[in-house]
Structure formats: structure tokens, C-alpha cells
Ligand binder design. Structure first.
Ligand SMILES: Cc1cc2nc3c(=O)[nH]c(=O)nc-3n(C[C@H](O)[C@H](O)[C@H](O)COP(=O)(O)O)c2cc1C
Length: 409
């Protein structure tokens, strides 16, 4: 691809210990065809040197406005960018950006950029929770920047808490989403909204080593969580059985059984604007849980397994809305009579939207792609052609946004 056709990304790196993780983000961006200009702060160069940024990006990586002045870099870099991502963003950088300071190349670039801007903060919990930082974050979000919630986990030294830099692969994914939305990436149409998404399969234990599970990979639910975060929502992801990494900027609650999923979803739904139930929740669980491993005994047939019903979480959420106007979206995985079964399920469950897709051993489960029809209670049916699970997720959010705050029967 010609250099001029490649999406132009400015990777701002400020002086946090997580600067080394931005090297991985840079590699992902360059290897996927982006033209990346790294703009580190002087502090960032204490952690990772200019040579690394320059060699990995194939572009100069100066920190000051006084270098190559004839090219007017303090204006041109921001003007030409399709996306600016500051990762890691220090408390200091968030403060400077919120106040419009412009004392180095990165802060000048932030003032001249007309494209979407993503900040991935990383710092100690105390710095993150400080009211000054929180107010700066709120200011930046109000102005349309996407400020990713830091992850919870190990911090510098022996500390643990909120403030950890999210997985660079997940930040890369978020950047891709924002870039894919183009000019729309500037409008955070889910900003100020709290959405709850469930994803993955549940595990219903039979004994300490065995469980009843299903083939759900969690990819569709994770795509819903990622796309909602990219559109500015506060996202709670209730994740069942899945091998996927936690998405950047999303609060993830890991659960095992359908009953644990119910508890976590109902709690998170209390103040949610929308709940999307993409998890494959087991309809049944073994009636009896054997506290010791069920043994194979010579000459004896195994005891039959009796199943009992699990709670119907989608029906419960739909019938008892946690707050007025809350939108509930269900998923129907069908193998036969897909649409007819979907329409019947929409009527039975009482949710607002139902995403109906056909599943099978080699269809949908585990795949990065999906195809579906989204049924709405107002009778509209929105077909979503075969494509990435992110595209289906974005269509779900478009339909949700169109219905939020609308009076419904
Ligand atoms: C070892 C070390 C680690 C640091 N890690 C962080 C960090 O993770 N987040 C942060 O906000 N500040 C961190 N700081 C403080 C910043 O480096 C300091 O606020 C600096 O002025 C930031 O400059 P900049 O925003 O221009 O890059 C760290 C400092 C040191 C010495």
C-alpha cells in the first residue's frame, strides 16, 4: 500500500512504566498497514529510547517542537492524523490535555488534531482515583475523547489495583474500531451510557472435575463489549467460559454457572441503560452435584444424570426492568426454522430486540464472523449480512441507540 493511502496514526507515549508495552501496540499498528508517527514525551524517553520508537515506526520520533522546524511539526502532525492514541497516558498528560497546555510536541499535536483521540491511562490507583485526575478525564470525555478505563491488576512494584495498562492487543483492537468508524469515530454516541453485556458459555458442574458446557467462544459478546467501549459507553462484561483476553476499557466479571451469571447481570443491570444477553446460558444443570469425583466402578453402569431447569435470565430481565426505559436485547441461537423460532422467542421473552442466528458445529461458534437477523418488537427485521462479529455488534448498538429514551408500549 502507498504510504499516503495508509491510515495515519499518531502514537503519543508519555512517561509511565507501561511505555514498554506501547512497543507491542506500535508493532501491531505498523504490521497491519498503518503509517505510525510516534510522539514520545521527554519523560517517556527515560523508559524507552528514541531509537526504538524510530526504528519500529520507520519515522522520526522527536519530542520537541524545535526539531525540523521548517516542517512545522507542532501543527502538521496533528492535522494529518486519522487517529491519535496516547498510550500510556500519564496523570500529567491527562492534566495537560484537559487544560490545553502545549509545551512539547505531543501536547501541541493534541491541540491540532481534528481526528478521534484515544487515551489509555496507566498509573497507580491513588493517582487515577485522585479527584484532579477524575475531573480531567471527565473533561476530556465531555469534549469527545475516548478515555479507556484502566485495568485492575498488578501495578509497578508490589502494588495491585486499578490503573494497570490494558493488554496492548486490546488497545490495538480498540484503535482499529475507532478508525473503522471514520468520522463517526468522533461521535461517542454511547458516551454517558452504561451497558451490560454477557458473553461466553456457562459451565454447570457435575462433580469437581466435570461440567456440562457448550460451544460458545464468547467472541460475539466480546465484540459487543469492545464496540460499545469504542463508542464511549461504560461497559460491564459478564464473561462465562472463554479463552479471550479482557477487552480494554471494560469492567469484566468472570463467572462459571448460569446462576452466577444471573446474579452478576442483575446486579450490574441495576443502573444500566441497556443489557445485551449474548452469553450461551445453559438451560439445564445437573440436579445433583457430587462433592467427590464420580468413580467408574467395575461391573456397574453409571447413574443417569438428572437435569433441572436453570432460571430464564432474559425473560426475568425483560419482565422486571431495573430502571424505566432500560433496553433488553437477547440472542437466539437456532439450528432449524431459524426465523420462525426467533419470532416466537421474541414474543415469549418480552425483550426489545432479538438477534437471531443460525448455529451448528461449524457455524458461528468460535468463528470471527457471523450473520444474523435482528428482530424488534415494533415488527422491524434488520438483516445483517455475513461479516465480522464487530459489524453485527455495531448494528446492535445502532438499533439500541435509536430506541434508548424512546417511549415504548
Ligand atoms: C519509575 C517511574 C514510573 C512512573 N510511572 C508512572 C505511571 O505509570 N503513570 C503516571 O501517570 N506517572 C508515572 N510516573 C510519573 C511521570 O513520569 C511524571 O509525572 C512525568 O512528569 C510525566 O511526564 P509526561 O506526562 O510528560 O510524560 C512515573 C515516574 C517514575 C520515575
Amino acid at each position: 500500500m502507498d504510504k499516503r493511502e495508509r491510515p495515519r496514526v499518531v502514537l503519543g507515549v508519555s512517561g509511565g512504566i507501561a511505555a514498554y508495552k506501547a512497543c507491542e501496540l506500535l508493532r501491531r499498528l505498523t504490521e497491519s498497514g498503518h503509517d505510525v508517527r510516534v510522539v514520545p514525551t521527554a519523560s517517556a524517553l527515560h523508559f524507552v529510547g528514541e531509537a526504538t520508537w524510530s526504528a519500529l515506526s520507520g519515522n522520526p520520533a522527536g519530542t520537541e517542537v524545535w526539531e525540523s522546524v521548517h516542517e512545522v511539526p507542532h501543527v502538521r502532525i496533528g492535522q494529518a492524523a486519522d487517529l491519535v492514541v496516547v498510550a500510556p497516558a500519564t496523570a500529567d498528560m491527562l492534566a495537560k490535555a484537559a487544560h490545553g497546555l502545549a509545551d512539547d510536541l505531543l501536547t501541541n499535536t493534541l491541540l491540532t488534531a481534528r481526528c478521534p483521540v484515544v487515551f489509555a491511562p496507566a498509573m497507580h490507583t491513588e493517582m487515577w482515583e485522585n479527584p484532579a485526575t477524575q475531573e480531567n478525564v471527565a473533561t476530556l470525555r465531555r469534549r469527545g475523547a475516548l478515555v479507556v478505563e484502566p485495568a485492575v491488576g498488578r501495578l509497578t512494584g508490589v502494588d495491585t489495583g486499578k490503573g494497570r495498562f490494558p493488554d496492548p492487543v486490546e488497545i490495538f483492537d480498540l484503535c482499529r474500531q475507532v478508525l473503522a468508524r471514520g468520522a463517526e469515530g468522533l461521535s461517542q454516541d454511547l458516551a454517558g451510557r452504561h451497558v451490560v453485556v454477557s458473553a461466553g458459555g456457562t459451565r454447570e458442574p457435575l462433580d469437581p472435575v466435570r461440567f456440562l458446557g457448550n460451544r460458545s467462544s464468547g467472541k460475539q459478546g466480546y465484540a459487543l463489549a469492545r464496540t460499545a467501549a469504542a463508542r464511549g459507553a461504560r461497559v460491564t462484561l459478564v464473561a462465562g467460559d472463554t479463552a479471550l483476553p479482557d477487552p480494554a476499557g471494560v469492567d469484566v466479571i468472570h463467572i462459571g454457572t448460569a446462576r452466577q451469571l444471573r446474579e452478576a447481570v442483575l446486579k450490574a443491570a441495576a443502573d444500566a441503560d441497556a443489557v445485551v444477553m449474548a452469553a450461551a446460558v445453559a438451560d439445564f444443570r445437573p440436579a445433583v452435584y457430587a462433592t467427590g469425583k464420580i468413580k467408574k466402578r467395575e461391573g456397574q453402569e453409571p447413574e443417569p444424570v438428572t437435569l433441572v431447569r436453570n432460571p430464564d435470565i432474559l425473560a426475568e430481565l425483560s419482565a422486571d426492568r431495573a430502571r424505566p426505559g432500560q433496553l433488553v436485547v437477547g440472542f437466539a441461537a437456532e439450528t432449524d426454522d431459524v426465523l420462525a423460532n426467533g419470532r416466537a422467542k421474541l414474543a415469549r421473552k418480552g425483550c426489545d430486540l432479538l438477534v437471531v442466528n443460525e448455529v451448528g458445529e461449524h457455524k458461528t461458534f468460535g468463528s470471527a464472523e457471523n450473520e444474523a437477523v435482528i428482530l424488534a418488537t415494533d415488527g422491524t427485521e434488520t438483516p445483517v449480512p455475513h461479516g465480522p462479529k464487530e459489524a453485527l455488534a455495531d448494528t446492535v448498538w445502532d438499533l439500541v441507540i435509536a430506541r434508548l429514551d424512546q417511549p415504548r408500549p
